[in-house]
Design a protein around this ligand. Structure first.
Ligand SMILES: [Zn+2]
Length: 276
């Protein structure tokens, strides 16, 4: 049998209130020389509460204590250079060529453990990050491979010229960067694919891998550099396969604020086309 319980909590409640009142009197007497903070009102015990009570009007009490935790320190947008091609925050677009245009990273290495169809390296930090990113994808049953990574200046010259020969310069400029303007030359970029037939195509964003990678990129320090609806800002059509390493802090801050392009985040001019 369950014993009748109604009288015990009420008795305990009365005892508790008496004790609280005594404590308040003691505090008032003992601390009269100080400027004590206002005592919080004793909360009603659950046994006494039969219906939810409306919150007390805030105007009646002096200086209510803030209930939200203190805000974290503001994100420092100047913590790293956006101009130095060796900075993981470097912003390269059609108005911001790499300086120098022939920049070559000093710490390239091959990412390990995943198919890398073109055998292109990455900067050490980006390689480590992509190993973690693709490792996490693999743990979720997604077989993601690298199809493009660092491309040196000379290779971009050949690639860009081949696109012009095929499609004309106006079309080529919408999907391929001119030499010296390519993010791939930073060694911080990977193009990813899952072999489902959407390589380097917008439909990659609709694949299981494309969705998972977009959702989890920031956790590994990556952003989708050319998101949907931002061609007038970035100068490029959506590229859901092109992941740019910017480090976890910046990727997390962009996700938190919902600002999806580097140009908008750093207050840079939109770069829909080249200056000349
Ligand atoms: Zn790319």
């Amino acid at each position: 049998m369950i014993p009748a319980r109604t009288s015990v909590p009420r008795a305990a409640s009365r005892a508790g209130k008496a004790l609280a009142a005594a404590t308040l009197v003691g505090l008032a007497l003992g601390l009269s020389g100080c400027a004590p903070e206002p005592e919080p009102e004793p909360k009603p015990t659950p046994a006494e509460t039969t219906t939810p009570t409306a919150p007390a009007p805030t105007t009646a009490k002096p200086t209510p204590k803030p209930t939200t935790p203190p805000a974290p320190p503001a994100f420092d947008k100047q913590a790293r250079s956006i101009d130095d091609p060796a900075s993981i925050w470097v912003v390269t677009d059609k108005l911001r060529p790499l300086a120098p245009k022939e920049y070559e990273p000093a710490d390239l290495r091959m990412p390990q453990g995943f198919v890398n169809t073109n055998g292109q390296p990455l900067r050490d930090e980006a390689a480590t990050a992509v190993e973690g990113f693709l490792g996490a994808a693999a743990q979720n049953g997604l077989n993601v491979q690298i199809i493009s990574a660092y491309r040196p200046y000379g290779m971009q010259v050949e690639l860009y010229n081949s696109y012009i020969a095929r499609d004309g310069q106006a079309a080529a400029d919408t999907y391929s960067a001119r030499p010296g303007f390519s993010e791939h030359q930073t060694g911080l970029v990977v193009d990813l694919d899952d072999g489902s037939g959407c390589a380097l195509s917008e439909c990659f964003g609709g694949t299981a891998a494309g969705k998972w990678l977009a959702e989890h990129a920031a956790e590994h320090g990556f952003i989708i550099r050319y998101p949907q609806g931002k061609q007038e800002v970035t100068g490029f059509i959506p590229e859901p396969w092109h992941f740019r390493y910017v480090g976890k802090e910046l990727a997390a801050e962009m996700k938190r604020t919902g600002v999806v392009t580097l140009e908008e985040f750093f207050g840079l001019p939109a770069a829909p086309g080249y200056a000349d």
